[in-house]
Design a binder for this molecule. Structure first.
Ligand SMILES: Cc1cc2nc3c(=O)[nH]c(=O)nc-3n(C[C@H](O)[C@H](O)[C@H](O)COP(=O)(O)OP(=O)(O)OC[C@H]3O[C@@H](n4cnc5c(N)ncnc54)[C@H](O)[C@@H]3O)c2cc1C
Length: 211
Protein backbone atom coordinates (compact mmCIF):
# COMPACT_ATOMS: atom_id res chain seq x y z
CA UNK A 1 0.00 0.00 0.00
CA UNK A 2 1.03 3.58 -0.61
CA UNK A 3 0.32 6.46 1.77
CA UNK A 4 -1.64 9.65 1.16
CA UNK A 5 -0.13 12.69 2.83
CA UNK A 6 -2.04 14.14 5.77
CA UNK A 7 -1.86 17.95 5.57
CA UNK A 8 -3.90 19.43 8.43
CA UNK A 9 -2.91 18.14 11.89
CA UNK A 10 0.02 16.42 10.21
CA UNK A 11 1.67 15.63 13.55
CA UNK A 12 -1.10 13.09 14.12
CA UNK A 13 -0.36 11.25 10.86
CA UNK A 14 1.18 7.80 11.03
CA UNK A 15 2.73 6.31 7.91
CA UNK A 16 3.03 2.73 9.06
CA UNK A 17 1.27 -0.28 7.53
CA UNK A 18 1.23 -2.09 10.88
CA UNK A 19 -0.77 0.74 12.48
CA UNK A 20 -3.24 0.77 9.57
CA UNK A 21 -3.78 -2.98 10.07
CA UNK A 22 -4.12 -2.54 13.83
CA UNK A 23 -6.86 0.08 13.41
CA UNK A 24 -8.69 -2.03 10.82
CA UNK A 25 -8.46 -5.11 13.03
CA UNK A 26 -9.82 -3.24 16.05
CA UNK A 27 -13.23 -3.04 14.36
CA UNK A 28 -15.39 -4.59 11.68
CA UNK A 29 -17.57 -1.73 10.40
CA UNK A 30 -16.54 0.75 7.75
CA UNK A 31 -18.19 3.51 5.75
CA UNK A 32 -17.81 3.01 2.02
CA UNK A 33 -18.06 5.96 -0.37
CA UNK A 34 -18.70 5.45 -4.06
CA UNK A 35 -20.12 7.19 -7.12
CA UNK A 36 -23.35 6.42 -8.90
CA UNK A 37 -24.27 8.50 -11.95
CA UNK A 38 -22.32 11.48 -10.66
CA UNK A 39 -23.84 11.26 -7.18
CA UNK A 40 -21.56 10.51 -4.22
CA UNK A 41 -22.97 7.91 -1.84
CA UNK A 42 -21.75 6.58 1.49
CA UNK A 43 -23.07 3.43 3.14
CA UNK A 44 -21.97 1.53 6.27
CA UNK A 45 -20.98 -2.09 5.90
CA UNK A 46 -18.88 -4.74 7.65
CA UNK A 47 -15.56 -6.18 6.48
CA UNK A 48 -12.96 -8.84 7.15
CA UNK A 49 -9.29 -8.00 6.55
CA UNK A 50 -6.65 -10.27 5.08
CA UNK A 51 -3.40 -8.42 4.34
CA UNK A 52 -4.21 -5.50 2.05
CA UNK A 53 -7.61 -6.97 1.20
CA UNK A 54 -10.94 -6.17 2.85
CA UNK A 55 -13.60 -8.76 2.11
CA UNK A 56 -17.15 -7.39 1.85
CA UNK A 57 -20.29 -9.39 1.37
CA UNK A 58 -23.99 -9.01 0.69
CA UNK A 59 -26.87 -10.13 -1.48
CA UNK A 60 -26.13 -10.63 -5.19
CA UNK A 61 -28.75 -7.87 -5.64
CA UNK A 62 -26.91 -5.47 -3.31
CA UNK A 63 -26.86 -2.09 -5.04
CA UNK A 64 -23.66 -0.76 -3.46
CA UNK A 65 -21.63 -3.91 -4.07
CA UNK A 66 -22.76 -4.15 -7.70
CA UNK A 67 -22.02 -0.48 -8.24
CA UNK A 68 -18.45 -0.62 -6.93
CA UNK A 69 -17.59 -3.46 -9.34
CA UNK A 70 -17.48 -1.01 -12.27
CA UNK A 71 -13.79 -0.28 -11.67
CA UNK A 72 -14.22 3.09 -9.92
CA UNK A 73 -11.87 4.09 -7.11
CA UNK A 74 -13.77 3.79 -3.86
CA UNK A 75 -12.98 5.27 -0.46
CA UNK A 76 -13.38 3.46 2.85
CA UNK A 77 -13.20 5.02 6.31
CA UNK A 78 -12.79 3.26 9.66
CA UNK A 79 -12.67 5.29 12.88
CA UNK A 80 -12.60 4.40 16.57
CA UNK A 81 -13.64 7.14 18.99
CA UNK A 82 -11.49 6.76 22.11
CA UNK A 83 -12.48 9.76 24.16
CA UNK A 84 -13.69 13.33 24.55
CA UNK A 85 -10.78 15.65 25.23
CA UNK A 86 -12.27 18.40 27.37
CA UNK A 87 -9.99 21.39 27.65
CA UNK A 88 -10.40 24.66 29.55
CA UNK A 89 -11.65 26.25 26.33
CA UNK A 90 -13.86 24.91 23.55
CA UNK A 91 -11.21 25.94 21.04
CA UNK A 92 -8.80 23.41 22.57
CA UNK A 93 -11.49 20.74 23.07
CA UNK A 94 -11.36 17.71 20.81
CA UNK A 95 -11.42 13.94 20.60
CA UNK A 96 -9.02 11.05 20.90
CA UNK A 97 -9.39 8.73 17.95
CA UNK A 98 -7.79 6.23 15.58
CA UNK A 99 -8.77 6.67 11.97
CA UNK A 100 -7.83 5.30 8.56
CA UNK A 101 -8.97 6.37 5.11
CA UNK A 102 -8.39 3.89 2.30
CA UNK A 103 -8.60 4.20 -1.48
CA UNK A 104 -8.71 1.26 -3.83
CA UNK A 105 -10.80 -0.80 -6.18
CA UNK A 106 -13.10 -3.77 -5.74
CA UNK A 107 -13.45 -7.01 -7.66
CA UNK A 108 -15.94 -9.85 -7.47
CA UNK A 109 -14.59 -13.03 -5.88
CA UNK A 110 -15.61 -15.94 -8.12
CA UNK A 111 -13.30 -18.71 -6.92
CA UNK A 112 -15.38 -20.82 -4.52
CA UNK A 113 -12.52 -21.49 -2.10
CA UNK A 114 -11.73 -17.77 -1.87
CA UNK A 115 -15.43 -16.93 -1.44
CA UNK A 116 -15.57 -19.20 1.59
CA UNK A 117 -12.25 -17.82 2.83
CA UNK A 118 -13.64 -14.27 2.49
CA UNK A 119 -16.80 -15.14 4.39
CA UNK A 120 -14.74 -16.80 7.08
CA UNK A 121 -12.44 -13.77 7.43
CA UNK A 122 -15.52 -11.55 7.57
CA UNK A 123 -17.04 -13.63 10.39
CA UNK A 124 -13.78 -13.96 12.28
CA UNK A 125 -13.34 -10.19 12.20
CA UNK A 126 -16.82 -9.62 13.63
CA UNK A 127 -16.97 -12.37 16.23
CA UNK A 128 -13.98 -14.73 16.30
CA UNK A 129 -14.95 -18.40 16.76
CA UNK A 130 -18.56 -18.07 15.55
CA UNK A 131 -17.64 -19.63 12.15
CA UNK A 132 -16.98 -22.95 13.91
CA UNK A 133 -20.22 -22.79 15.94
CA UNK A 134 -22.88 -22.32 13.23
CA UNK A 135 -23.11 -23.16 9.50
CA UNK A 136 -22.50 -20.36 7.00
CA UNK A 137 -25.76 -21.07 5.14
CA UNK A 138 -27.26 -23.58 2.73
CA UNK A 139 -26.35 -23.83 -0.97
CA UNK A 140 -29.16 -21.51 -2.06
CA UNK A 141 -28.21 -18.88 0.52
CA UNK A 142 -24.54 -19.04 -0.40
CA UNK A 143 -25.41 -18.72 -4.12
CA UNK A 144 -27.42 -15.61 -3.30
CA UNK A 145 -24.43 -14.09 -1.49
CA UNK A 146 -21.73 -12.13 -3.26
CA UNK A 147 -18.24 -11.72 -1.89
CA UNK A 148 -16.29 -8.67 -2.98
CA UNK A 149 -12.61 -8.05 -2.51
CA UNK A 150 -11.44 -4.46 -1.89
CA UNK A 151 -7.70 -4.07 -2.37
CA UNK A 152 -6.08 -1.21 -0.47
CA UNK A 153 -4.13 0.88 -2.92
CA UNK A 154 -3.51 4.02 -0.85
CA UNK A 155 -4.04 4.67 2.84
CA UNK A 156 -3.76 7.45 5.37
CA UNK A 157 -3.88 7.19 9.10
CA UNK A 158 -4.40 9.70 11.91
CA UNK A 159 -4.30 9.03 15.63
CA UNK A 160 -4.78 11.37 18.59
CA UNK A 161 -4.03 10.31 22.14
CA UNK A 162 -3.46 12.14 25.41
CA UNK A 163 -4.98 14.99 27.32
CA UNK A 164 -5.98 18.55 26.43
CA UNK A 165 -3.33 20.78 24.91
CA UNK A 166 -3.15 24.45 24.03
CA UNK A 167 -5.05 25.69 27.09
CA UNK A 168 -2.04 25.86 29.42
CA UNK A 169 -2.28 29.64 29.87
CA UNK A 170 -5.97 29.70 30.74
CA UNK A 171 -6.84 30.61 34.32
CA UNK A 172 -10.57 29.72 34.45
CA UNK A 173 -11.07 27.18 37.23
CA UNK A 174 -12.97 24.33 35.65
CA UNK A 175 -12.42 20.58 35.40
CA UNK A 176 -10.58 19.52 32.27
CA UNK A 177 -9.34 16.14 31.11
CA UNK A 178 -10.36 13.14 29.05
CA UNK A 179 -13.63 11.21 29.12
CA UNK A 180 -12.61 7.80 27.68
CA UNK A 181 -15.10 6.11 25.35
CA UNK A 182 -15.16 2.55 24.05
CA UNK A 183 -17.47 -0.14 22.66
CA UNK A 184 -18.81 -2.33 25.48
CA UNK A 185 -20.85 -5.55 25.27
CA UNK A 186 -23.89 -5.63 27.57
CA UNK A 187 -25.63 -8.77 28.95
CA UNK A 188 -26.51 -11.18 26.09
CA UNK A 189 -30.24 -11.54 25.32
CA UNK A 190 -31.15 -15.13 24.38
CA UNK A 191 -33.33 -15.81 21.34
CA UNK A 192 -36.58 -16.92 22.98
CA UNK A 193 -38.10 -18.38 19.80
CA UNK A 194 -36.29 -21.69 20.39
CA UNK A 195 -37.72 -22.05 23.86
CA UNK A 196 -34.85 -23.96 25.43
CA UNK A 197 -32.09 -22.44 27.46
CA UNK A 198 -28.68 -22.88 25.94
CA UNK A 199 -25.39 -21.88 27.42
CA UNK A 200 -23.98 -18.73 25.92
CA UNK A 201 -21.55 -19.74 23.13
CA UNK A 202 -17.82 -19.62 23.65
CA UNK A 203 -17.41 -17.03 20.90
CA UNK A 204 -19.90 -14.75 22.65
CA UNK A 205 -18.22 -15.15 26.04
CA UNK A 206 -14.86 -14.37 24.47
CA UNK A 207 -16.26 -11.30 22.71
CA UNK A 208 -17.73 -10.10 26.02
CA UNK A 209 -14.45 -10.66 27.82
CA UNK A 210 -12.67 -8.57 25.21
CA UNK A 211 -15.29 -5.80 25.15
C1 LIG B 1 -22.98 -1.81 11.05
C2 LIG B 1 -23.56 -2.25 9.73
C3 LIG B 1 -23.00 -3.32 9.06
C4 LIG B 1 -23.56 -3.74 7.85
N1 LIG B 1 -22.97 -4.80 7.19
C5 LIG B 1 -23.47 -5.19 6.02
C6 LIG B 1 -22.86 -6.26 5.29
O1 LIG B 1 -21.86 -6.85 5.71
N2 LIG B 1 -23.40 -6.63 4.12
C7 LIG B 1 -24.52 -6.00 3.62
O2 LIG B 1 -24.97 -6.36 2.52
N3 LIG B 1 -25.11 -4.97 4.26
C8 LIG B 1 -24.61 -4.57 5.45
N4 LIG B 1 -25.21 -3.53 6.13
C9 LIG B 1 -26.39 -2.90 5.51
C10 LIG B 1 -25.91 -1.86 4.47
O3 LIG B 1 -25.67 -0.62 5.12
C11 LIG B 1 -26.95 -1.63 3.35
O4 LIG B 1 -28.16 -1.19 3.91
C12 LIG B 1 -27.20 -2.88 2.53
O5 LIG B 1 -25.97 -3.42 2.10
C13 LIG B 1 -28.06 -2.58 1.32
O6 LIG B 1 -27.30 -1.82 0.42
P1 LIG B 1 -27.89 -1.45 -1.00
O7 LIG B 1 -26.87 -0.59 -1.68
O8 LIG B 1 -28.32 -2.68 -1.72
O9 LIG B 1 -29.16 -0.59 -0.54
P2 LIG B 1 -30.39 -0.01 -1.33
O10 LIG B 1 -31.58 -0.31 -0.51
O11 LIG B 1 -30.38 -0.40 -2.77
O12 LIG B 1 -30.06 1.53 -1.23
C14 LIG B 1 -31.05 2.49 -1.59
C15 LIG B 1 -30.84 3.73 -0.74
O13 LIG B 1 -31.11 3.40 0.62
C16 LIG B 1 -30.28 4.12 1.48
N5 LIG B 1 -29.56 3.18 2.36
C17 LIG B 1 -29.07 1.95 2.10
N6 LIG B 1 -28.46 1.43 3.19
C18 LIG B 1 -28.59 2.35 4.16
C19 LIG B 1 -28.17 2.41 5.52
N7 LIG B 1 -27.48 1.42 6.10
N8 LIG B 1 -28.48 3.50 6.22
C20 LIG B 1 -29.15 4.53 5.67
N9 LIG B 1 -29.57 4.53 4.39
C21 LIG B 1 -29.28 3.46 3.65
C22 LIG B 1 -29.31 4.91 0.64
O14 LIG B 1 -29.78 6.23 0.52
C23 LIG B 1 -29.39 4.23 -0.71
O15 LIG B 1 -29.16 5.13 -1.73
C24 LIG B 1 -24.68 -3.07 7.32
C25 LIG B 1 -25.23 -1.97 8.00
C26 LIG B 1 -24.66 -1.56 9.19
C27 LIG B 1 -25.26 -0.36 9.89
Amino acid sequence: MEFNKVVRGAKRAIYDEAVVYEILDAGFVCHLAFQHQGQTMIIPTAYGRDGDVLYLHGSTKNFMLNQILDGQTICISVMHLDGLVLARSLFDTGVNYRSVTLHGTATLVTDEAERIHGLRRFTEQTIPGRWDEVPAGNDTQLKATMVVKFIIDRASCKVRTGGPAGDEALTNEVWSGVLPLSMRAAEPVADDKFGATYNVSKSVLEFMAKH
